[in-house]
Write a protein that binds this ligand. Structure first.
Ligand code: GTP
Length: 209
């Protein structure tokens, strides 16, 4: 039997379009797959919510677009992370400029229980890479819902690992139910943004420091 998660009782998440990033801000996006049904939704909002609020939401509303803000300490440095949780994507989505301009890094989320979501992140990565002029881009690939039973798994850990390797990206499996694992995703993307940015040279350092 197909299980549809209950809708969230609070008002649907609204649109909050981010402005250009200020100095010292790191902006990360979570584009993922189109999710008219919760079953095909990999858990971007749940990860963002766990990261910012420290809670797991066991309900589902399709995301429009939301922006979260959080100060994050990585090592001795403090970052102001602006996080854009995007509406679900699919392989036919034409990426808007706002996905590219002023965005420092991407957390690409698929669900380990959905092969389709894995295929969609591949397409999304290609589109982002092309749109950004094939420059290095900080990416963390996340296989979410790893807490679900082995029988429901459609993407093996190794497949995720290999894909991330082929991109030169970081790979993690996660469960939005687990606070520490979720925090780890955002620490990694900040470290990755910092690493890639530093390797460009001093001028770009200014944007992040
Ligand atoms: N078991 C389990 N369920 C999860 C996890 N992450 C999210 N979910 C559930 O999956 C459903 C969809 O989660 P969302 O966070 O709304 O997914 P989304 O990617 O933002 O979805 P769209 O807005 O459609 O793009 C919800 O019912 C969540 O409770 C997880 O790590 N484990």
């Amino acid at each position: 039997m197909t299980h549809f998660p209950r809708p969230c009782s609070f008002p649907a998440r609204g649109r909050a379009t981010p402005g250009p990033p200020a100095r010292g801000q790191a902006v990360a996006r979570l584009p993922a797959q189109l999710g008219p049904l919760a079953l095909s939704s990999p858990g971007k909002t749940s990860l963002a919510h766990q990261f910012v609020e420290g809670k797991f939401m066991d309900c589902y509303d399709p995301t429009v677009e939301s922006t979260y803000s959080k100060m994050v300490m990585v090592g001795k440095d403090e970052f102001h992370l602006q996080l854009v949780d995007t509406a679900g994507q699919d392989e036919y989505t034409i990426l808007p400029h706002s996905f590219i301009i002023g965005i420092h890094g991407y957390v690409l989320v698929y669900s380990v229980t959905s092969l389709r979501s894995f295929q969609v992140v591949k397409t999304l990565h290609n589109k982002l890479y092309e749109s950004r002029g094939k420059t290095r881009m900080p990416v963390v690939l996340v296989g979410n819902k790893a807490d679900l039973s082995l029988e429901s798994r459609e993407v093996k850990t190794d497949e995720g690992k290999k894909l991330a390797e082929s991109w030169g990206a970081i790979f993690l499996e996660s469960s939005a139910k687990e606070s520490q694992v979720t925090q780890g995703i955002f620490t990694k993307i900040i470290e990755e943004i910092d690493r890639v940015d530093n390797s460009y040279g001093r001028e770009h350092n200014c944007l992040l420091m």
